[in-house]
Design a protein around this ligand. Structure first.
Ligand code: XIL
Length: 411
């Protein structure tokens, strides 16, 4: 679609250009002021600029270097390619929209579908007789994302239902105040069930087909903060109120209320360092058919071993019968020297290339989502971990993700 549209536009613009500014230097006429080095750096093809490219850049009226790749298209036979987006980005302008739509066919709300965005404290407190076991919910924070996705035919990963973080303390107390007494297991299980029911039912009924994956439980296992089975105890009000089986209960409820097209995921960080633990703790839910996939967050650094260590974990999860999605990919670096940016590009190439290869070998890899659009909007902003820089220029990381030949494979 995009290419066809561009070809038409190109022909029209070419006529205009030939008629109006014959002989004039193209580069000048586009108003591009980047020096040659920057242009070479930021362009994703290494070819000499052609009239077509200049005309396209001019026609789009922006100084963002034209890019020829679409990650979604490159991987369309393998898996969706997604991006996590904050709510403000939907008002941020056409350049953002263009970049998102050119590259991604799935989105995740970076914060707007977390419990602290969905739980409605005022409405819950105003009517305690009725809300004691069923806290009120609202969906206004995620509406821009939902509307954007529906308008442009993107799918959404729902992140996340049950998590120790970004879930307000008031949700766990008797009177929905921050410093109230914690409720007991029975009440908190009812609140968990109703919260999961209300969120999933809302999407099922109002936006059928939109949500393809749900992070039912996030970050429940951690050796440093966990009990004897490494279930996180510290700073975890779910553990404190419901008990060590809270993550299992969440899957029981989620399976009950999800539609069949919503795949249910357990999502966690550092999965390559705790693969066996995750498999062990999820075994019961898996056996009972309550869980479909494992979301490997993939907050990595260039110093980590992707090709072997990370991919071993991917294969182990798939071999155990799970789908695998990389749900929050970013790869941090310590400086922005050319050589470091190239290392980052190669790691991205390794990540995307190996995931594609495994998928083609039959491993059930069903998505890669990068955690943010550009370095300036990353939660790890001081580590430049994403595909585009703060000016929305594609980095070597992007070229790597697109398997561009200018980025050599790691191996
Ligand atoms: C992060 C967001 O990116 C930040 O904007 C927010 O302030 C904190 O949460 N693991 C997760 C994500 O599962 O939800 C986190 O997102 C990053 C770590």
């Amino acid at each position: 679609m995009r290419r066809k549209w561009k070809s038409c536009l190109f022909l029209m613009m070419l006529c205009l250009v030939l008629a109006g500014c014959a002989g004039q230097d193209m580069q000048e006429s586009t108003g591009q002021t980047q020096d040659t080095d920057t242009v070479t750096e930021s362009r994703i093809t290494q070819e000499t600029e052609t009239a077509e490219e200049s005309t396209q850049a001019m026609s789009e009226g922006s100084d963002i270097p034209e890019q020829e790749y679409s990650l979604a298209e490159i991987y369309e036979d393998n898996f969706p390619v997604g991006v996590a987006l904050p709510g403000w980005i939907f008002q941020a302008g056409a350049e953002y929209e263009e970049l998102i739509l050119a590259n991604f066919n799935s989105i995740t709300c970076e914060n707007e579908m977390k419990p602290d965005a969905i739980l409605d404290r005022e409405a819950s407190r105003a009517d305690l007789e009725n809300t004691y076991r069923r806290a009120a919910v609202k969906f206004d924070a995620c509406m821009p994302a939902v509307e954007f996705a529906k308008e442009h035919g993107l799918k959404i990963r729902l992140h996340t239902l049950v998590w120790h973080s970004q879930t307000p303390r008031w949700f766990f107390t008797e009177d929905y105040t921050d410093d109230g007494e914690l409720v007991d297991r029975e009440v908190m299980l009812a609140r968990m069930e109703n919260y999961i029911a209300d969120v999933l039912t809302y999407f099922k009924e109002n936006h059928p087909g939109l949500i393809y994956a749900v992070d039912v439980v996030n970050e429940a296992f951690d050796s440093g903060t966990g009990d004897e089975n490494e279930v996180r105890m510290t700073d975890n009000l779910w553990y404190e109120t419901v008990g060590a089986d809270y993550y299992y209960q969440a899957f029981v409820f989620a399976r009950n209320y999800a539609s069949p097209d919503m795949k249910l995921f357990y999502n966690d960080y550092g999965c390559m360092y705790k693969t066996d633990r995750i498999l062990k703790n999820l075994a019961q839910a898996k056996e009972e058919g309550l869980i479909d996939g494992i979301g490997m967050q993939s907050h990595l650094s260039v110093n980590e071993d992707i090709q072997y260590k990370f991919m071993f974990a991917v294969r182990a999860f798939c071999d155990a019968g799970y789908e695998v999605q990389a749900t929050e990919l970013d790869i941090g670096i310590e400086d922005t020297e050319d050589t470091t940016l190239m290392r980052q590009g190669r790691k991205y190439r390794s990540f995307f290339g190996n995931m594609k290869k495994l998928q083609e070998e039959g491993y059930a890899i069903t998505g890669i989502t990068v955690w943010g659009l550009h370095d300036g909007a990353s939660w790890r902003g001081d580590e430049w971990p994403l595909l585009f820089d703060a000016d929305l220029n594609p980095k070597k990381a992007y070229l790597g993700a697109a398997l561009d030949p200018s980025i050599p494979a790691v191996e």
